[in-house]
Write a protein that binds this ligand. Structure first.
Ligand SMILES: [Zn+2]
Length: 339
């Protein structure tokens, strides 16, 4: 029995010293300490020894088994240390784990559409200009050929701050401010906020955004206007988007037109959005009225031009299929996150 223990001990020492990796150390664990392992079997046999041997032999078995366990743990620790990369402590950050996601901000859909529209017009040679949101009635109306007491003023439900001071109802006053300071040729767009005394519903908001366009030069034609708008619509919506001009009335343009695009929802077949017409109104446009040029002292025999104005909310609603303007101003993150 003692001989058997001694042999097992020698064998174990040799093997444990040679173990180089986790796989080998695991094989040793099973061979010596597993259910049918060498030391496990010996320890089990103590009970079956004759009483007179049990004390002495038992002691030897316990000692050799204890020693083997100690040697085994030492070797295992060495292997772990060798396997770990230098300088990489156990509790260090595991750089292979997926990182924490940071919440990124994004531009409001109105700002995105506004930026896109600006880029399109800038690519055609238009310059972006700014103007005040608080205007005098002269710039908002008179200079645009809407005299006081003219019934056309009813087209704009204005918000007055004082007798002659109001929140601009459209971005058109910027045209006048630019023409007062510069001589033609002029090609500008004026994006910005406008205000009207409108009750809030699915398609009205007392504050909204417009982009105004103005081009003044020699021999400008209605065809030039249509070409610019067509290029805009094709880039903003779809390269196959259709454009239609309908005769209309604005005090500051003559002739004037409402600009329609082929319905983006039904592609012209007719649906509730386009009221079964196949067309959607997206802006107003026309050739600048000679009366407007008179206010800025441009010679109407030499120069003419066109102007257009569009609502950005309207463009964004059609572009993304949004049916309620209020969604833009409610700041519901579930809505805004989609853009
Ligand atoms: Zn439709």
């Amino acid at each position: 029995m003692e001989k058997k223990i001694e042999e097992l001990r020698k064998e174990f020492r040799a093997e444990v010293g040679n173990a180089k990796n986790f796989e080998e150390i695991e094989t040793i664990r099973i061979k010596y300490f597993g259910k049918k392992g060498g030391f496990t079997t010996l320890l089990r046999e103590i009970g079956g020894l004759p009483a007179e041997q049990r004390k002495d032999i038992g002691k030897i078995i316990n000692e050799s088994s204890g020693e083997a366990t100690r040697l085994f743990e030492e070797r295992k620790k060495e292997i772990i240390e060798q396997t770990e990369e230098p300088g990489c402590a156990k509790d260090a950050v595991d750089i292979s784990l997926p990182g924490k996601k940071f919440k990124t901000g994004r531009k409001h859909p109105i700002t995105q559409v506004m930026d896109e529209a600006k880029d399109i017009f800038v690519s055609m040679g238009f310059q972006v200009v700014d103007g005040p949101e608080v205007e005098t009635s002269y710039y908002n109306f008179q200079a645009l050929n809407i005299p006081e007491n003219h019934p056309a003023r009813d087209m704009w439900n204005s918000l007055y701050l004082d007798k002659d001071i109001l929140l601009r109802t459209h971005t058109s006053p910027v045209q006048i401010r630019v023409m007062e300071k510069r001589k033609p040729p002029i090609a500008i767009i004026a994006p910005g906020k406008c205000y009207r005394r409108d009750a809030i519903d699915a398609s009205h908001s007392p504050m909204f955004h417009q982009i105004e366009g103005l081009l003044v030069d020699k021999n400008v034609t209605f065809g030039d206007l249509k070409g610019v708008l067509e290029a805009f619509v094709k880039k903003m919506f779809d390269k196959d988007a259709k454009l239609r001009l309908r005769p209309s009335y604005f005090p500051f343009t003559e002739p004037s037109a409402e600009v329609d695009i082929g319905c983006v929802m039904c592609e012209g077949k007719g649906c509730p959005v386009c009221k079964k017409t196949g067309w959607l109104e997206i802006m107003g446009a026309g050739m600048v009225h000679p009366e407007v040029f008179k206010h800025v002292k441009y010679d109407t025999r030499e120069y003419n031009g066109f102007a257009f104005g569009m609502g950005i909310e309207r463009i964004a609603m059609l572009k993304y299929g949004i049916d309620d303007i209020r969604l833009f101003f409610e700041n519901d993150m579930r809505f805004l996150k989609q853009f």
